[in-house]
Design a protein around this ligand. Structure first.
Ligand SMILES: Cc1ncc(COP(=O)(O)O)c(C=O)c1O
Length: 386
């Protein structure tokens, strides 16, 4: 089976982690400090604070940026649940705004609309989904006009850029995840980046029990500290990240060139201003273009069409898996439709583009460990469907 993710662990990684294990200094120490400096440098931010995960980095960002219980923050429903859960952790109310169908990212026009319609919005939390930057220029403009905080969820977009600027550096704070499926890994781990000294200072306290001095605590904090073991691995992975991203882009190009002829498949786009790092290569199965009596000539809102579209996509995933290609569905249900959010009063929330994407998307392997043989096998498996 060609896996959907395959993190590379090299001899240099093993040696770096081994040196930390031999040193006896396993918790947060000099490796974390260097990792933070190197990561901040790479992103183009002044500060970085290493955490235990992308989720804890998000929670820290929400708190450090001054969002408070009762505030409202605009975000996308088409994401991993941690993005919007970070708001719920802090009694901040997510306001879900629909996505652009081509990039799967939050639609800035719909953000503008939501800002007109809804009072009390204090921030925007865009997600750079699958490695493609969200429309930061437009979002920044809206934030400036209305004095809003932006927190970038760049958990899937290490090294992605817009007009030459790396994501994570556009806003008050950006966060990254180092989970093993990501473009670089530390096992579990995360990073908050910022160029605002007060945000950095507050974040550093939040991840360390609100520590103001030795056994002195002047705010409520957590233990979200990273370790030298994770940081040693992260420093090595960071050195290879640009090559990994380059290989991901080459793999994406290879797949696009060979799958472009298939009318029933929509391939990922890369916006002209973006440097997409293809955390995922996410296609759509276009149910209307395929030879299926249940899905042709039906209006897209028809419940039978909706059901048939999801079934067709699921058949496609099964077909790929039977052919030895580990495909994934990210994400089969938008956040506002999740039972947790339905229970919390989001029943009337409608984001038709996110809901449609959730029925149609399939991610194919694109990771840097793929060989040309693997890529050819993926192409052949896709083409033999239908
Ligand atoms: C978009 C997004 N945000 C946040 C997270 C949370 O990161 P972690 O799994 O490191 O807690 C993830 C991880 O999958 C993610 O994909």
């Amino acid at each position: 089976m060609i896996p959907i993710a395959n993190p590379e662990i090299t001899e240099a990684d093993r040696q770096a982690v081994g040196r930390v294990l031999d040193s006896g200094m396993l918790a947060s120490g000099p490796e974390v400090e260097k990792f933070e400096e190197e990561f901040a440098d790479f992103i183009g931010s002044d500060f970085a604070v290493a955490t235990t995960s992308g989720t804890t980095a998000l929670d820290t960002a929400v708190k450090a940026c001054g969002l408070e219980p009762g505030d409202k923050v605009i975000t996308t429903p088409f994401t991993f649940i941690a993005s919007c859960n970070s708001l719920l952790f802090n009694q901040v109310q997510p306001v879900f705004v629909d996505i652009e169908p081509d990039t799967f990212n939050i639609d800035p026009e719909k953000v503008r609309q939501a800002l007109k319609e809804e009072a009390g919005i204090k921030g925007i939390l865009p997600v750079h989904l699958f490695g493609q930057p969200a429309a930061m220029q437009e979002l920044q403009k809206l934030a400036q006009e209305q004095d809003l905080v932006i927190i970038e969820d760049a958990a899937q977009a290490h090294g992605a850029a817009q007009q030459g600027q790396r994501v994570g550096s556009f806003a008050q704070a950006g966060i990254f995840s180092f989970y093993p499926t990501k473009n670089m890994t530390t096992g579990e781990g995360g990073m908050l980046v910022t160029s605002e000294p007060e945000v950095a200072e507050k974040a550093r306290k939040i991840i360390n029990h609100g520590r103001a001095g030795r056994y002195r605590h002047d705010m409520l904090g957590h233990n979200y500290r990273s370790t030298d073991i994770a940081a040693a691995l992260g420093r090595e992975q960071l050195k290879r990240l640009p090559d990994y991203n380059k290989k991901r882009r080459e793999n994406a190009r290879y797949l696009k060139d060979r799958l472009a002829e298939l009318e029933w498949l929509t391939l990922p786009v890369e916006k002209r201003e973006n440097y997409h790092v293809y955390h995922q290569f996410t296609v759509r199965v276009n149910s209307s273009a395929i030879n299926n009596p249940n899905t042709q000539n039906n209006p897209s809102s028809n419940p039978e069409t909706i059901q048939a579209a999801a079934e067709l996509r699921d058949d496609f995933v099964e077909h790929l898996q039977a052919a030895g290609v580990g495909a994934g569905i990210y994400y089969p249900m938008p956040a506002h439709q999740q039972p947790l959010y339905q229970e919390r009063g989001f029943q009337d929330c409608h984001c038709p583009e996110a809901e449609k994407a959730a029925r149609e998307v399939v991610s194919l392997p694109v990771h840097p460990a793929l060989t040309t043989d693997d890529l050819d096998k993926i192409v052949a498996a896709v083409k033999s469907f239908n």
